[in-house]
Ligand binder design. Structure first.
Ligand code: GLV
Ligand code: GLV
Length: 318
């Protein structure tokens, strides 16, 4: 029987589906990643692996896994995977596009509204027993209607976010590697990265992490933004130079940031962003609805079964 390694506790029905035809080895923890040495040991003779974005699929792992045919990553992003090395070892990589688009766009919207209306700050005040009553500017925030929203990365998630904006009477700008039909269809205007930064009241990063987009949001980028603007990130932490963002928010160069992702996850209480009032921080839950996570798991399982049964992957990367 071919061997499949699953690096985190997933829905038991998906495991049962695989166990009909394969030997499944499971890291049966929901919260903690499979330790690296165990990962290397178990994948050494595996034919398929279902990975999380916290697992590094690199040359060391791939050259060690002599039977490996397919790695199904439970994420739309795949910056944890060395694609070049996978190609050299003839390993097919799959991800989970489309099934998480709407859910992730909803989280991006949640971040935007939460930051604009100071929801967490207001909640913290109330919970601490520090609410002294109604007053004219108490927790007064920022409107979204009538404002300009800039989307960096007009892929499916960026487009789903833009679609949601249409009810808010905003002007929508976007920037991509190249002008996208998707953007134009949604009435969004293509602009340069620099213009996106300087014209937007809200800047959303929804791009994949690549060599080109890594650390794109740096000191210079935040300097271009309005001092009333918010930066929202649902991409990857490494899109941002975090020290530059902390300084930009601290010094009032921008109004605030709303982040679902960080360069080194998980972050703890000692991270500079924690305890800054103008930071809305979430623990990487962009696609985390129960239905969507089940759909993502199902897609990973189907990708593995297709490849190991001699068929074509459903959602291969590239
Ligand atoms: C989550 O960050 C994903 O890439 O799916
Ligand atoms: C606020 O609650 C208002 O009535 O304006």
């Amino acid at each position: 029987m071919k061997k499949i390694v699953i690096t985190r506790k997933i829905n038991p029905t998906m495991i049962q589906k695989l166990e009909k035809d394969f030997r499944v080895v499971l890291w049966d923890e929901a919260e903690k990643p499979m330790p690296r040495d165990r990962f290397l040991e178990e994948t050494a003779d595996a034919h398929g692996v279902l990975t999380m974005l916290s697992d590094k699929v690199d040359e060391e792992m791939l050259s060690n896994a002599r039977n490996l045919k397919v790695v199904a990553n439970l994420a739309v992003g795949y910056d944890n995977i060395d694609l070049e090395s996978a190609k050299q070892h003839n390993v097919i990589i799959t991800n989970t596009p489309d099934v998480l688009t709407e859910t992730t766009a909803e989280l991006a919207f949640t971040l935007m509204l939460t930051a604009a209306r100071r929801v967490l700050e207001a909640n913290r005040q109330l919970m601490a027993g520090e609410w002294s009553g109604w007053s004219p500017y108490h927790m007064a925030g920022t409107d979204i209607f009538g404002k300009t929203v800039g989307i960096f990365g007009m892929g499916s998630i960026g487009a789903a976010f833009a679609r949601r904006l249409s009810g808010f009477r905003t002007k929508v700008l976007y920037h991509n590697r190249s002008q996208s039909e998707l953007g134009e269809t949604l009435g969004a205007e293509y602009v340069s990265f620099e213009d996106l930064l300087s014209a937007s009241d809200f800047v959303l990063c929804a791009a994949p992490l690549t060599d080109e987009t890594k650390h794109r949001f740096d000191k210079e980028a935040f300097q271009r933004m309005k001092d009333s603007a918010f930066f929202i990130n649902i991409g990857r932490g490494a899109h941002v130079v975090e020290a530059d963002l902390a300084r930009a928010v601290e010094t009032g160069q921008i109004r605030g940031a709303a982040l679902d992702v960080f360069e080194n996850e998980p972050i703890g209480k000692d991270h500079p962003f924690v305890n800054m009032d103008n930071m809305t921080l979430l623990p990487h839950i962009g696609s985390a609805s129960v239905d969507t996570r089940n759909n993502m798991m199902n897609l990973c399982v189907n990708n593995i079964m297709e490849v190991l049964n001699g068929g074509n992957p459903i959602t291969p990367v590239k």
